[in-house]
Design a protein around this ligand. Structure first.
Ligand SMILES: Cc1ncc(COP(=O)(O)O)c(C=O)c1O
Length: 399
């Protein structure tokens, strides 16, 4: 049974609202139905159409659509030629996949600390963690804000590193007026339902580099090629022939998912502007609440936020983060914490990672909480969240 609201009375709203949610219209349903009625449910024309549309939207030259953001990261690491003995620098304040992709390939994730205001990876900390084994940086656009792309580009160029942007959160974000997707060596998107647009499950890697693109194509479909120029044993016996020339995977997206994503992509401007509108309203509402720290933005990033993270100033509150979280839940505002530092998990601990590696990330983690943000929220929903956050803050304000 739900707890009573913080004042023992009625919660600010009757039904629960969650931190994220997809927006599916009848035209999305029709797009999926059309694919189901067509000749191909996978390996068909919708996937090609999707890849072209992703390039057009982002300005990237090449796109490989995949079945998840995780497989996008795995393929990017493979395409970068990373293997056992190599190191990959990433942030701890991210979903597990940003670090796991290095482990999949036998490499070691190395965690750089974050900026205390933006919560994105700190370029100076990247520099401090570079060794002769470092091969790549996986920089995460946390909550949808672009990382410091120019600084990271420069570091990668100086040290011969591959710059992989984990843009799972930042579809539709722009950096210095250019869309995320065409800025790093490879950019990985996720199309999970809480993300800006969804394919149910899905992902993509975008690049401007033809060689990387060819590798991504191979790795996402078993390392198999139909291209005679890439075959060792051509000329071959007949049209049925293909060759496996790498160890790849089945990371293909279906045409059903591609059809859904194309339909979602057609509505991206509406989704992005509503997300931005809600973020502006939250920023304005919390500006005069000293107990609530708002994530800072770098001016270069015109962010389409996937998450809205508040950070509690626990010195000014008489409660723990857990109590605040539970109190919001009792108001029917269901939050989430993004993220427990990746190296705190038992799997990483057993690999020898210890608490204390990234002090800023750990301090930020202690106070953060993602409150509801998704484009289908009504103005009343947004005001309910604000009222609930303020109510709980008032209740726990010290002094
Ligand atoms: C930062 C980040 N990277 C990668 C992923 C993995 O994406 P997917 O869930 O599509 O595999 C996620 C998913 O939540 C994510 O948040």
């Amino acid at each position: 049974m739900d707890r009573l609201a913080i004042d023992g009375g009625k919660p600010v709203r009757e039904n629960k609202i969650y931190y994220g949610k997809q927006w599916i219209d009848e035209d999305d349903v029709a797009a999926v139905a059309a694919v189901l009625r067509s000749d191909y449910v996978t390996c068909g024309p919708k996937v090609d159409e999707l890849e072209k549309a992703l390039c057009e939207y982002t300005g990237a030259k090449y796109a490989v659509a995949l079945n998840s953001g995780t497989s996008a990261l795995h393929c990017a690491i493979l395409a970068a030629g990373i293997g056992p003995g190599d190191e990959v620098i990433t942030t701890p304040i991210t979903f597990a996949a940003s670090a796991n992709c290095a482990l999949y390939c036998g490499a070691r994730p190395v965690f750089a600390d974050i900026d205390k205001d933006t919560y994105n990876i700190d370029p100076e900390s990247i520099r401090a963690h570079i060794t002769e084994r470092t091969k790549a940086v996986v920089a995460v656009d946390y909550t949808g804000q672009a990382v410091k792309i120019d600084e990271i580009r420069q570091i990668c160029d100086e040290h011969g590193l591959v710059f992989i942007e984990d843009a799972a959160h930042s579809f539709a974000t722009q950096y210095k007026g250019k869309k995320v997707g065409s800025l790093a060596d490879m950019t990985c998107f996720s199309f999970h339902p809480v993300k800006t647009i969804t394919a149910g499950e899905g992902g993509a890697v975008l690049t401007n580099d033809e060689e990387l693109y060819k590798k991504l194509v191979l790795f996402h479909t078993h390392g198999i090629t139909h291209d005679e120029k890439l075959m060792e044993d051509a000329p071959h016996e007949g049209p049925w022939y293909y060759e496996q020339i790498e160890l790849g995977y089945n990371y293909r997206i279906t045409d059903i998912q591609a059809g859904l994503l194309l339909s979602q992509l057609a509505k991206i401007d509406k989704f992005a502007s509503r997300r931005k509108e809600i973020v502006r309203r939250y920023n304005e509402a919390f500006a005069d609440v000293p107990e609530i720290i708002v994530q800072k933005e770098i001016p270069e990033s015109d962010s389409c936020r996937h998450l809205y993270v508040i950070r509690l100033d626990l010195d000014k509150l008489s409660c723990s983060r857990r109590q605040f979280f539970d109190a919001l839940n009792a108001e029917n505002i269901v939050c989430q914490i993004h993220y427990v530092p990746a190296y705190w998990f038992p799997y990483y601990r057993h690999l020898g990672y210890e608490k204390g590696l990234c002090p800023v990330a750990e301090e930020v983690y202690a106070g953060i909480m993602s409150i509801p943000l998704y484009p289908k929220m009504t103005d009343d929903d947004v005001e309910d969240v604000i009222r609930a956050v303020k109510k709980v803050t008032d209740n726990y304000r010290k002094g």
